[in-house]
Design a protein around this ligand. Sequence first.
Ligand SMILES: *Cc1c(COP(=O)(O)O)cnc(C)c1O
Length: 414
Amino acid sequence: MTATTEPDATLNGATGQNADVERVLTDLAARLDTDAETNVGFPATLALDYGRLLPFFNRFINNLGDPFAESAYPRHTKHLEREVLGWFAALLRAPAGWWGVTTAGGTEGIEYGLVHARTRYPDALVIHSAAAHYSAAKVSRHLNLPAIAVRANRRGELDFADLRDVIRAHRHRPLIIVATIGTTMTEAVDQVSDIRAALADHAVTRAWVHADAALSGLPLAVLPPGSRPSFDLADGADSISISAHKFLGLPFPAGVYLTSHGPGGSSTVDYIATVDSTLAGSRNGHAPLLIWYAINTVGLDGLRARAHESWRVAAYTVQRLQGIGWNAWRHPHAMTVVLDTPPADIATRWRLASSNGQSHIITVPGVTTAQIDKLVTQLAGRMPQRHAGNTGEWPVLPTPRNPAYHDAEGNHRH
Ligand SMILES: *Cc1c(COP(=O)(O)O)cnc(C)c1O
């Protein structure tokens, strides 16, 4: 079950009685830093230093409205946001007429995709993998779009036979297919070209494919298109979303959304003199500043080197774990290593998200082979957690709901 805290209404701060601000902040910093050495279960890298931008956090920034429309509000970073979007558009091979926006994170990116898809096809059915992030089902629910989960196989990959059955059964209506480019548990990739082929085989022309590439979109995008899975706008995705706080390591949630089809459903709101194409009105202007800074200081070559280092550490992790007889595997081009869930003390210490006897380590930039060596040393001679469903592989997910997904302490992962 989800651990929750009861809302507690107090006026401490407002009455000036909470004089312990310094202690609270010191404690907070200590808590945020304690697990830096052992946090290898979550996909957020800490390996980028944004300290140069600290002065901008004493300045108000608001990228109100459309990134491509000059706003009546002068304190913005829209010129940098447009550079960021153009950079991603080039990497993801956006066609002329593309549109994009920086988002509050992966979920808002999926919401943009489904809002745009629904604008084009109001009576569409959403289809996503059972291994998709739970936000695909959640956003569909919020938008009142019916949704069907297609089976995922034992490695978290979309079951294309099942997808074809679902497409055949619903070919009379428009379809919105959410392809997951790097599933949360195993980093499986639902190849967009295969989805397009399944649609074409059933003569479905009213279809929108959204690529949810929150984790893997950026590390895969820095590979040449010929040697990466099929997922970008030239591969047949109509829209794509990528998180900026995972591989790129922004210190707060943010993301990028792109679509081939323009800003969809816009109308002009006169008093702010801007095009109303965005979900939010006021938007974070610091996020595009940080993304712009990262891609301009690390650069394409630097990001590519980071991706290759992450994959190298992931391969090393599999090899070390298998070397002590611990069941472990990974998809090619995945920095996610799936392993039998370690004993509770180790799973908790290393922040390993676990489900059905399987856990994962995510070797984002900054995770080192020295950390992996330490973890492997602690695992040697121990036994995996026993679990009724532990088959040594990611279990089949037969139900139409996303699997409940827990961290090592039993909390739902957000
Ligand atoms: C992290 C993630 C999301 C959700 O992104 P948030 O930024 O947490 O909203 C969605 N899909 C996938 C595949 C993810 O890895």
